[in-house]
Design a protein around this ligand. Structure first.
Ligand SMILES: Nc1ncnc2c1ncn2[C@@H]1O[C@H](COP(=O)(O)OP(=O)(O)OP(=O)(O)O)[C@@H](O)[C@H]1O
Length: 435
Protein backbone atom coordinates (compact mmCIF):
# COMPACT_ATOMS: atom_id res chain seq x y z
CA UNK A 1 0.00 0.00 0.00
CA UNK A 2 1.35 3.44 -0.92
CA UNK A 3 1.99 6.26 1.53
CA UNK A 4 0.35 9.64 1.34
CA UNK A 5 2.88 12.42 0.74
CA UNK A 6 2.21 15.97 1.86
CA UNK A 7 4.63 18.84 1.37
CA UNK A 8 4.00 21.82 3.58
CA UNK A 9 5.66 25.09 2.55
CA UNK A 10 8.84 23.23 1.68
CA UNK A 11 11.88 25.35 0.79
CA UNK A 12 15.54 24.68 0.14
CA UNK A 13 18.31 27.25 -0.07
CA UNK A 14 21.73 25.76 -0.73
CA UNK A 15 24.84 27.01 1.07
CA UNK A 16 25.93 30.00 -0.95
CA UNK A 17 22.38 31.33 -1.04
CA UNK A 18 20.87 29.67 -4.12
CA UNK A 19 17.17 29.13 -3.55
CA UNK A 20 16.39 25.88 -5.38
CA UNK A 21 12.89 25.21 -4.01
CA UNK A 22 10.56 27.84 -2.67
CA UNK A 23 7.53 27.36 -0.46
CA UNK A 24 6.01 24.30 -2.12
CA UNK A 25 2.84 22.77 -0.73
CA UNK A 26 1.10 19.81 -2.30
CA UNK A 27 -0.60 16.57 -1.41
CA UNK A 28 -0.43 13.17 -3.03
CA UNK A 29 -2.90 10.42 -2.08
CA UNK A 30 -1.77 6.87 -1.37
CA UNK A 31 -1.17 5.11 -4.69
CA UNK A 32 -1.22 8.40 -6.62
CA UNK A 33 1.08 9.23 -9.52
CA UNK A 34 2.49 12.74 -9.78
CA UNK A 35 4.83 14.02 -12.46
CA UNK A 36 7.20 16.86 -11.55
CA UNK A 37 7.79 18.79 -14.74
CA UNK A 38 10.04 21.75 -15.38
CA UNK A 39 13.11 22.98 -17.24
CA UNK A 40 16.64 22.09 -16.20
CA UNK A 41 17.63 23.64 -12.87
CA UNK A 42 14.08 24.39 -11.68
CA UNK A 43 14.51 22.31 -8.51
CA UNK A 44 12.89 18.98 -9.43
CA UNK A 45 15.71 16.77 -8.15
CA UNK A 46 16.15 18.87 -5.02
CA UNK A 47 12.47 18.42 -4.22
CA UNK A 48 12.64 14.68 -4.84
CA UNK A 49 15.77 14.35 -2.68
CA UNK A 50 14.07 16.19 0.19
CA UNK A 51 11.16 13.74 -0.01
CA UNK A 52 13.64 10.85 0.03
CA UNK A 53 15.42 12.33 3.06
CA UNK A 54 18.69 12.72 1.12
CA UNK A 55 18.54 16.51 1.41
CA UNK A 56 17.41 18.53 4.41
CA UNK A 57 14.80 21.24 3.94
CA UNK A 58 15.68 24.82 4.90
CA UNK A 59 12.09 25.30 6.04
CA UNK A 60 8.75 23.56 5.78
CA UNK A 61 8.18 19.85 6.13
CA UNK A 62 7.49 16.55 4.40
CA UNK A 63 4.68 14.45 5.88
CA UNK A 64 4.42 10.74 5.16
CA UNK A 65 1.02 9.27 5.98
CA UNK A 66 0.30 12.52 7.82
CA UNK A 67 3.37 12.26 10.08
CA UNK A 68 6.37 14.59 9.84
CA UNK A 69 9.22 12.69 8.18
CA UNK A 70 11.95 15.12 9.23
CA UNK A 71 13.53 12.74 11.71
CA UNK A 72 13.26 9.63 9.54
CA UNK A 73 16.48 8.58 7.80
CA UNK A 74 16.12 7.59 4.12
CA UNK A 75 16.28 3.89 4.97
CA UNK A 76 13.16 4.15 7.14
CA UNK A 77 10.98 5.97 4.61
CA UNK A 78 10.19 2.80 2.63
CA UNK A 79 10.99 4.47 -0.67
CA UNK A 80 12.78 3.25 -3.80
CA UNK A 81 14.54 5.62 -6.16
CA UNK A 82 15.31 5.12 -9.84
CA UNK A 83 17.70 7.53 -11.56
CA UNK A 84 18.70 8.31 -15.12
CA UNK A 85 21.87 6.23 -14.93
CA UNK A 86 21.01 3.76 -12.26
CA UNK A 87 24.10 1.87 -11.09
CA UNK A 88 23.76 -1.90 -11.30
CA UNK A 89 26.33 -4.21 -9.76
CA UNK A 90 28.57 -4.98 -12.77
CA UNK A 91 29.65 -8.46 -11.67
CA UNK A 92 26.13 -9.66 -10.87
CA UNK A 93 23.68 -11.04 -13.40
CA UNK A 94 20.40 -9.22 -14.08
CA UNK A 95 18.64 -11.76 -11.84
CA UNK A 96 21.07 -11.17 -8.98
CA UNK A 97 20.75 -7.42 -9.38
CA UNK A 98 16.96 -7.59 -9.22
CA UNK A 99 17.07 -10.02 -6.30
CA UNK A 100 19.53 -7.92 -4.32
CA UNK A 101 17.05 -6.05 -2.06
CA UNK A 102 15.33 -9.33 -1.10
CA UNK A 103 18.56 -11.27 -0.66
CA UNK A 104 20.03 -8.58 1.55
CA UNK A 105 17.03 -8.66 3.86
CA UNK A 106 17.35 -12.44 4.10
CA UNK A 107 14.35 -13.70 2.07
CA UNK A 108 14.64 -17.39 1.20
CA UNK A 109 15.92 -18.42 -2.21
CA UNK A 110 12.71 -19.95 -3.49
CA UNK A 111 10.57 -16.87 -2.70
CA UNK A 112 13.25 -14.61 -4.15
CA UNK A 113 13.51 -16.55 -7.41
CA UNK A 114 9.74 -16.53 -7.81
CA UNK A 115 9.59 -12.79 -7.17
CA UNK A 116 12.42 -12.12 -9.66
CA UNK A 117 10.65 -14.16 -12.34
CA UNK A 118 7.34 -12.37 -11.78
CA UNK A 119 8.97 -8.94 -12.00
CA UNK A 120 11.08 -9.96 -15.01
CA UNK A 121 7.98 -11.19 -16.83
CA UNK A 122 6.19 -7.93 -16.18
CA UNK A 123 9.16 -5.97 -17.49
CA UNK A 124 9.75 -8.29 -20.47
CA UNK A 125 13.31 -9.26 -19.46
CA UNK A 126 12.89 -12.90 -18.44
CA UNK A 127 15.24 -14.08 -21.20
CA UNK A 128 17.95 -11.64 -20.10
CA UNK A 129 18.22 -12.68 -16.48
CA UNK A 130 21.53 -14.52 -16.82
CA UNK A 131 23.32 -11.60 -18.46
CA UNK A 132 25.55 -9.11 -16.67
CA UNK A 133 24.92 -5.36 -17.11
CA UNK A 134 27.73 -5.07 -19.69
CA UNK A 135 25.79 -7.52 -21.90
CA UNK A 136 22.60 -5.41 -21.81
CA UNK A 137 21.49 -2.38 -23.81
CA UNK A 138 20.68 0.90 -22.05
CA UNK A 139 16.95 0.21 -22.14
CA UNK A 140 17.42 -3.31 -20.81
CA UNK A 141 19.61 -2.01 -17.99
CA UNK A 142 16.90 0.51 -17.03
CA UNK A 143 14.37 -2.34 -16.95
CA UNK A 144 16.64 -4.29 -14.60
CA UNK A 145 16.96 -1.15 -12.45
CA UNK A 146 13.17 -0.84 -12.40
CA UNK A 147 12.93 -4.50 -11.43
CA UNK A 148 15.30 -3.94 -8.53
CA UNK A 149 13.25 -0.96 -7.34
CA UNK A 150 9.91 -2.73 -7.72
CA UNK A 151 10.76 -6.09 -6.21
CA UNK A 152 10.65 -5.11 -2.57
CA UNK A 153 7.30 -3.39 -3.04
CA UNK A 154 8.11 -0.04 -1.44
CA UNK A 155 5.37 2.38 -0.39
CA UNK A 156 6.82 5.13 -2.59
CA UNK A 157 8.69 5.25 -5.92
CA UNK A 158 10.78 8.29 -6.67
CA UNK A 159 11.93 8.36 -10.28
CA UNK A 160 14.36 11.01 -11.44
CA UNK A 161 14.39 11.17 -15.24
CA UNK A 162 14.69 7.37 -15.45
CA UNK A 163 14.35 7.31 -19.24
CA UNK A 164 16.18 10.41 -20.39
CA UNK A 165 19.30 8.57 -21.54
CA UNK A 166 17.28 6.35 -23.89
CA UNK A 167 16.24 6.95 -27.48
CA UNK A 168 12.80 8.39 -28.19
CA UNK A 169 11.14 5.19 -29.36
CA UNK A 170 12.35 3.19 -26.39
CA UNK A 171 11.25 5.94 -24.01
CA UNK A 172 7.71 5.74 -25.32
CA UNK A 173 7.65 1.98 -24.83
CA UNK A 174 9.26 1.95 -21.42
CA UNK A 175 7.11 4.68 -19.95
CA UNK A 176 3.99 2.66 -20.66
CA UNK A 177 5.60 -0.33 -18.99
CA UNK A 178 6.66 1.74 -15.99
CA UNK A 179 3.12 3.01 -15.58
CA UNK A 180 1.66 -0.46 -15.61
CA UNK A 181 4.29 -1.85 -13.23
CA UNK A 182 3.95 0.90 -10.62
CA UNK A 183 0.15 0.88 -10.80
CA UNK A 184 0.25 -2.85 -10.15
CA UNK A 185 2.30 -2.36 -6.95
CA UNK A 186 -0.07 0.31 -5.59
CA UNK A 187 2.90 2.47 -4.55
CA UNK A 188 2.68 6.25 -4.51
CA UNK A 189 4.91 7.53 -7.31
CA UNK A 190 6.65 10.81 -8.10
CA UNK A 191 8.21 10.93 -11.54
CA UNK A 192 10.57 13.75 -12.51
CA UNK A 193 11.01 14.84 -16.10
CA UNK A 194 11.84 17.94 -18.13
CA UNK A 195 10.06 16.45 -21.16
CA UNK A 196 6.54 17.84 -21.38
CA UNK A 197 5.40 15.21 -23.87
CA UNK A 198 6.47 12.48 -21.45
CA UNK A 199 4.74 14.25 -18.56
CA UNK A 200 1.53 14.60 -20.57
CA UNK A 201 1.65 10.93 -21.57
CA UNK A 202 2.26 9.70 -18.03
CA UNK A 203 0.53 12.05 -15.70
CA UNK A 204 -2.74 11.73 -13.89
CA UNK A 205 -1.46 14.89 -12.28
CA UNK A 206 1.44 17.08 -13.25
CA UNK A 207 3.14 19.69 -11.05
CA UNK A 208 4.92 22.33 -13.13
CA UNK A 209 7.94 24.01 -11.54
CA UNK A 210 9.92 27.05 -12.58
CA UNK A 211 12.85 28.53 -10.64
CA UNK A 212 11.87 26.51 -7.58
CA UNK A 213 8.30 27.82 -7.64
CA UNK A 214 5.22 25.71 -8.18
CA UNK A 215 3.36 27.12 -11.17
CA UNK A 216 0.39 24.77 -11.40
CA UNK A 217 -0.79 21.30 -10.52
CA UNK A 218 -3.33 19.72 -12.78
CA UNK A 219 -4.25 17.02 -15.23
CA UNK A 220 -2.68 17.20 -18.68
CA UNK A 221 -5.99 18.56 -19.98
CA UNK A 222 -6.11 21.34 -17.37
CA UNK A 223 -2.50 22.38 -17.98
CA UNK A 224 -3.07 22.49 -21.70
CA UNK A 225 -6.53 24.03 -21.80
CA UNK A 226 -6.53 26.24 -18.71
CA UNK A 227 -2.90 27.04 -17.90
CA UNK A 228 -2.57 29.33 -14.87
CA UNK A 229 0.06 31.41 -16.60
CA UNK A 230 1.97 32.01 -19.79
CA UNK A 231 4.89 29.89 -18.63
CA UNK A 232 2.73 26.78 -18.21
CA UNK A 233 0.98 27.57 -21.50
CA UNK A 234 4.29 27.80 -23.33
CA UNK A 235 5.95 24.83 -21.59
CA UNK A 236 3.12 22.39 -22.28
CA UNK A 237 2.08 21.48 -25.80
CA UNK A 238 3.78 20.74 -29.11
CA UNK A 239 4.01 22.78 -31.28
CA UNK A 240 4.43 25.49 -28.69
CA UNK A 241 1.69 28.06 -28.12
CA UNK A 242 2.02 31.30 -30.11
CA UNK A 243 2.39 34.24 -27.73
CA UNK A 244 1.93 37.76 -29.06
CA UNK A 245 1.86 41.20 -27.48
CA UNK A 246 -1.53 42.89 -27.68
CA UNK A 247 -3.82 45.44 -26.05
CA UNK A 248 -7.42 45.17 -24.91
CA UNK A 249 -9.96 47.85 -25.77
CA UNK A 250 -13.37 47.84 -24.13
CA UNK A 251 -15.57 50.77 -25.18
CA UNK A 252 -18.59 51.32 -22.96
CA UNK A 253 -21.46 49.30 -24.34
CA UNK A 254 -19.41 48.12 -27.31
CA UNK A 255 -17.65 44.93 -28.24
CA UNK A 256 -14.24 44.33 -26.75
CA UNK A 257 -11.32 44.30 -29.14
CA UNK A 258 -7.91 42.75 -28.82
CA UNK A 259 -5.39 44.49 -31.00
CA UNK A 260 -2.24 42.72 -32.02
CA UNK A 261 0.08 44.79 -34.13
CA UNK A 262 -1.79 46.16 -37.08
CA UNK A 263 -4.71 43.75 -36.76
CA UNK A 264 -7.63 43.37 -34.39
CA UNK A 265 -9.79 40.59 -33.03
CA UNK A 266 -13.30 41.71 -32.10
CA UNK A 267 -14.76 39.63 -29.27
CA UNK A 268 -18.47 38.76 -29.39
CA UNK A 269 -20.65 41.29 -27.55
CA UNK A 270 -22.82 38.67 -25.89
CA UNK A 271 -20.08 36.85 -24.00
CA UNK A 272 -20.98 35.34 -20.63
CA UNK A 273 -20.71 37.88 -17.82
CA UNK A 274 -17.71 36.08 -16.30
CA UNK A 275 -15.90 37.00 -19.50
CA UNK A 276 -17.30 40.52 -19.47
CA UNK A 277 -15.09 41.07 -16.41
CA UNK A 278 -12.27 41.36 -18.90
CA UNK A 279 -13.48 44.95 -19.38
CA UNK A 280 -11.61 45.98 -16.23
CA UNK A 281 -8.43 45.40 -18.23
CA UNK A 282 -9.38 48.18 -20.64
CA UNK A 283 -6.35 49.75 -22.25
CA UNK A 284 -3.90 47.25 -20.82
CA UNK A 285 -1.13 45.38 -22.49
CA UNK A 286 -1.81 41.66 -22.72
CA UNK A 287 -0.16 38.52 -23.96
CA UNK A 288 -2.26 36.77 -26.53
CA UNK A 289 -1.96 33.01 -26.57
CA UNK A 290 -2.94 31.10 -29.69
CA UNK A 291 -2.31 27.40 -29.76
CA UNK A 292 -1.86 26.03 -33.27
CA UNK A 293 -5.38 24.57 -33.20
CA UNK A 294 -6.75 28.06 -32.56
CA UNK A 295 -5.72 28.97 -36.09
CA UNK A 296 -6.97 27.58 -39.35
CA UNK A 297 -6.40 28.60 -42.91
CA UNK A 298 -9.72 29.57 -44.42
CA UNK A 299 -11.46 32.72 -45.57
CA UNK A 300 -15.02 32.11 -44.36
CA UNK A 301 -15.29 32.55 -40.59
CA UNK A 302 -17.70 30.66 -38.34
CA UNK A 303 -19.50 32.88 -35.75
CA UNK A 304 -16.78 32.18 -33.19
CA UNK A 305 -13.90 32.94 -35.56
CA UNK A 306 -12.15 36.19 -36.50
CA UNK A 307 -9.92 36.77 -39.54
CA UNK A 308 -6.23 37.58 -39.48
CA UNK A 309 -4.02 38.21 -42.50
CA UNK A 310 -0.70 36.43 -42.55
CA UNK A 311 2.27 35.82 -44.79
CA UNK A 312 4.17 32.56 -44.91
CA UNK A 313 7.87 32.88 -44.01
CA UNK A 314 8.92 29.26 -43.72
CA UNK A 315 7.43 25.83 -44.41
CA UNK A 316 8.26 22.86 -42.17
CA UNK A 317 7.32 19.38 -43.35
CA UNK A 318 6.39 17.04 -40.50
CA UNK A 319 5.04 14.13 -42.54
CA UNK A 320 1.47 13.91 -41.25
CA UNK A 321 1.12 17.70 -41.32
CA UNK A 322 2.88 20.86 -42.40
CA UNK A 323 3.88 23.58 -40.00
CA UNK A 324 3.76 27.04 -41.47
CA UNK A 325 5.73 29.86 -39.90
CA UNK A 326 3.79 33.02 -40.69
CA UNK A 327 3.93 36.69 -39.82
CA UNK A 328 0.85 38.69 -38.94
CA UNK A 329 2.52 42.04 -38.18
CA UNK A 330 2.45 41.38 -34.45
CA UNK A 331 5.15 41.30 -31.81
CA UNK A 332 6.08 37.95 -30.28
CA UNK A 333 5.90 38.17 -26.51
CA UNK A 334 8.44 36.98 -23.98
CA UNK A 335 7.19 34.69 -21.24
CA UNK A 336 7.18 36.79 -18.05
CA UNK A 337 8.46 35.46 -14.74
CA UNK A 338 5.37 34.66 -12.75
CA UNK A 339 5.35 34.19 -8.99
CA UNK A 340 3.79 31.09 -7.46
CA UNK A 341 0.17 31.00 -8.47
CA UNK A 342 -1.06 27.71 -7.24
CA UNK A 343 -1.53 26.44 -3.74
CA UNK A 344 -2.48 22.81 -3.37
CA UNK A 345 -3.03 22.84 0.38
CA UNK A 346 -6.29 21.00 1.15
CA UNK A 347 -8.05 24.13 2.47
CA UNK A 348 -7.50 25.83 -0.87
CA UNK A 349 -8.55 23.06 -3.16
CA UNK A 350 -12.19 23.96 -3.72
CA UNK A 351 -12.24 25.08 -7.36
CA UNK A 352 -15.05 27.56 -6.75
CA UNK A 353 -13.17 29.28 -3.91
CA UNK A 354 -10.06 29.32 -6.04
CA UNK A 355 -12.02 30.74 -8.94
CA UNK A 356 -13.56 33.44 -6.80
CA UNK A 357 -10.19 34.38 -5.31
CA UNK A 358 -8.51 34.45 -8.69
CA UNK A 359 -11.26 36.60 -10.13
CA UNK A 360 -11.21 38.99 -7.17
CA UNK A 361 -7.44 39.22 -7.41
CA UNK A 362 -7.65 40.06 -11.08
CA UNK A 363 -10.28 42.73 -10.58
CA UNK A 364 -8.42 44.26 -7.62
CA UNK A 365 -5.15 44.14 -9.51
CA UNK A 366 -6.75 45.93 -12.38
CA UNK A 367 -8.41 48.73 -10.39
CA UNK A 368 -5.43 51.13 -10.27
CA UNK A 369 -5.53 51.16 -14.04
CA UNK A 370 -9.03 52.52 -14.22
CA UNK A 371 -7.73 55.99 -14.98
CA UNK A 372 -7.19 54.78 -18.54
CA UNK A 373 -9.47 56.72 -20.83
CA UNK A 374 -12.13 54.55 -22.38
CA UNK A 375 -11.85 55.16 -26.08
CA UNK A 376 -14.88 54.26 -28.15
CA UNK A 377 -12.58 52.73 -30.73
CA UNK A 378 -8.95 51.63 -30.63
CA UNK A 379 -6.42 54.45 -31.08
CA UNK A 380 -4.59 54.77 -34.37
CA UNK A 381 -2.15 51.96 -34.86
CA UNK A 382 1.57 52.69 -34.93
CA UNK A 383 2.93 52.25 -38.39
CA UNK A 384 5.74 49.86 -37.69
CA UNK A 385 5.87 46.61 -35.78
CA UNK A 386 8.51 44.00 -35.33
CA UNK A 387 7.50 41.03 -37.31
CA UNK A 388 6.08 38.30 -35.10
CA UNK A 389 6.03 34.64 -35.95
CA UNK A 390 3.08 32.33 -35.60
CA UNK A 391 3.05 28.60 -36.11
CA UNK A 392 0.09 27.35 -38.08
CA UNK A 393 -0.78 23.77 -38.89
CA UNK A 394 -1.63 22.95 -42.47
CA UNK A 395 -2.92 19.69 -43.85
CA UNK A 396 -0.56 17.17 -45.38
CA UNK A 397 -0.66 17.57 -49.15
CA UNK A 398 -1.21 21.34 -49.20
CA UNK A 399 1.47 23.43 -50.86
CA UNK A 400 2.63 26.76 -49.52
CA UNK A 401 5.71 28.79 -50.27
CA UNK A 402 7.44 31.56 -48.37
CA UNK A 403 5.82 34.84 -49.41
CA UNK A 404 2.30 33.37 -49.85
CA UNK A 405 -0.39 35.48 -48.21
CA UNK A 406 -2.89 33.33 -46.36
CA UNK A 407 -6.25 34.06 -44.69
CA UNK A 408 -6.15 32.84 -41.11
CA UNK A 409 -9.12 32.37 -38.82
CA UNK A 410 -8.69 32.68 -35.05
CA UNK A 411 -11.01 30.44 -33.04
CA UNK A 412 -12.05 32.65 -30.11
CA UNK A 413 -13.06 29.59 -28.12
CA UNK A 414 -9.38 28.69 -27.97
CA UNK A 415 -8.10 32.24 -27.39
CA UNK A 416 -6.02 32.76 -24.24
CA UNK A 417 -5.12 36.11 -22.74
CA UNK A 418 -2.50 36.69 -20.06
CA UNK A 419 -1.75 39.92 -18.22
CA UNK A 420 1.77 41.32 -18.39
CA UNK A 421 2.79 39.42 -15.26
CA UNK A 422 1.83 36.25 -17.13
CA UNK A 423 -1.36 35.29 -15.26
CA UNK A 424 -4.18 33.97 -17.40
CA UNK A 425 -7.11 36.39 -17.51
CA UNK A 426 -9.08 34.75 -20.29
CA UNK A 427 -10.78 32.34 -20.35
CA UNK A 428 -11.91 33.10 -16.82
CA UNK A 429 -10.95 31.31 -14.48
CA UNK A 430 -12.02 27.66 -14.48
CA UNK A 431 -13.79 27.17 -17.76
CA UNK A 432 -13.53 27.89 -21.43
CA UNK A 433 -15.83 30.49 -22.98
CA UNK A 434 -19.19 29.42 -24.25
CA UNK A 435 -19.30 31.26 -27.58
N1 LIG B 1 24.46 20.96 -3.83
C1 LIG B 1 24.12 22.10 -4.41
N2 LIG B 1 24.68 23.27 -4.06
C2 LIG B 1 24.31 24.43 -4.63
N3 LIG B 1 23.38 24.55 -5.61
C3 LIG B 1 22.80 23.40 -6.01
C4 LIG B 1 23.13 22.13 -5.46
N4 LIG B 1 22.36 21.19 -6.08
C5 LIG B 1 21.62 21.85 -6.98
N5 LIG B 1 21.86 23.17 -6.95
C6 LIG B 1 21.21 24.22 -7.76
O1 LIG B 1 19.85 24.22 -7.43
C7 LIG B 1 19.04 24.39 -8.59
C8 LIG B 1 18.07 23.23 -8.72
O2 LIG B 1 18.81 22.07 -8.98
P1 LIG B 1 18.08 20.67 -9.27
O3 LIG B 1 19.12 19.64 -9.52
O4 LIG B 1 17.12 20.42 -8.18
O5 LIG B 1 17.28 21.03 -10.61
P2 LIG B 1 16.57 20.07 -11.65
O6 LIG B 1 15.29 20.72 -11.99
O7 LIG B 1 16.51 18.69 -11.13
O8 LIG B 1 17.57 20.16 -12.89
P3 LIG B 1 17.93 19.04 -14.01
O9 LIG B 1 16.66 18.79 -14.78
O10 LIG B 1 18.97 19.75 -14.83
O11 LIG B 1 18.44 17.85 -13.29
C9 LIG B 1 20.00 24.51 -9.77
O12 LIG B 1 20.18 25.88 -10.05
C10 LIG B 1 21.30 23.90 -9.23
O13 LIG B 1 22.41 24.53 -9.81
Amino acid sequence: MGSTITLHQLSKTYPGGHRAVHDISLHLDAGGFLVLLGPSGCGKSTLLRMIAGLETATSGEVLLNGRPAGELPPSERDMAMVFQNFALYPTMTAAQNIAFPLASRGDDEHTTTQAVNTVADRLGIRSLLTRTPAQLSGGERQRVAMGRAVIRRPSVFLMDEPLSSLDARLRVRLRTEILSVVRHTGATTIYVTHDQAEAMALGDRIAVLRDGLLQQIGTPDQLYGLPHNAFVASFVGTPRINLLDGTLYAPVGGAMTVSLGTQRLVLPQDMAHTHQLLRVLQGQQLLIGLRPEALRIHSTPAPYERPLDATVTHVEYQGHEILLHVTADARTADVPHTARVHDDRPAHRNPLTTAARTLLGRVRGALPHRHHPTPQSPPPLPGHYHVGELLVRARHGTTYRPGDRIPLLVDLRALMLFDTSGHRVFPQPTHRPDL
